[in-house]
Design a protein around this ligand. Structure first.
Ligand SMILES: [Zn+2]
Length: 138
């Protein structure tokens, strides 16, 4: 299996073991315990800068979802299929917007979701460039 690298550094983990769930890289405020995603230097709730990096997820609850009948960002194929997008409430609190893995009819508001990585491209070194998605939890 090809080595995996994140689409962009600093937003999610890419475990060396593909069977291990990825995590989102967030922030926890030490003053008021609020969690944020993505990372912040200052708490948006109490304005404290006493914050620490934390790993969030990999599970959450589907808050809402829709299906976009449009070519996905970065895709240049004319075979129009579309993709699902949704908002997931993480157990720690933050609501995250993401592309969902599945087809229309696969999703219900309130269902448990899990974070996964999807290969979206190969880089010049032949590594898999991955992005995070959510799918209905097994
Ligand atoms: Zn705070």
């Amino acid at each position: 299996m090809a080595e995996r690298v994140p689409y962009e550094e600093g937003y999610f983990t890419v475990p060396a073991d593909p069977a291990e769930a990825p995590r989102l890289l967030g922030t926890r405020c030490r003053a008021c315990s609020e969690h944020f995603y993505p990372r912040r230097a200052t708490c948006a709730r109490c304005l404290s800068d006493d914050v620490e990096p934390v790993a969030l997820g990999p599970r959450g609850t589907l808050y809402t979802h829709t299906f976009l009948h449009a070519v996905g960002f970065g895709e240049h194929k004319s075979k129009l299929q579309g993709y699902a997008a949704g908002q997931i409430d993480l157990a720690e609190g933050p609501r995250v917007q993401a592309v969902l893995v599945g087809k229309p009819g696969d999703f219900r508001i309130g269902m448990p979701m899990e974070l996964v990585l999807e290969t979206v491209a190969q880089d010049k070194e032949g590594r898999d460039v991955v992005m995070y998605r959510f799918r209905p939890a097994a």
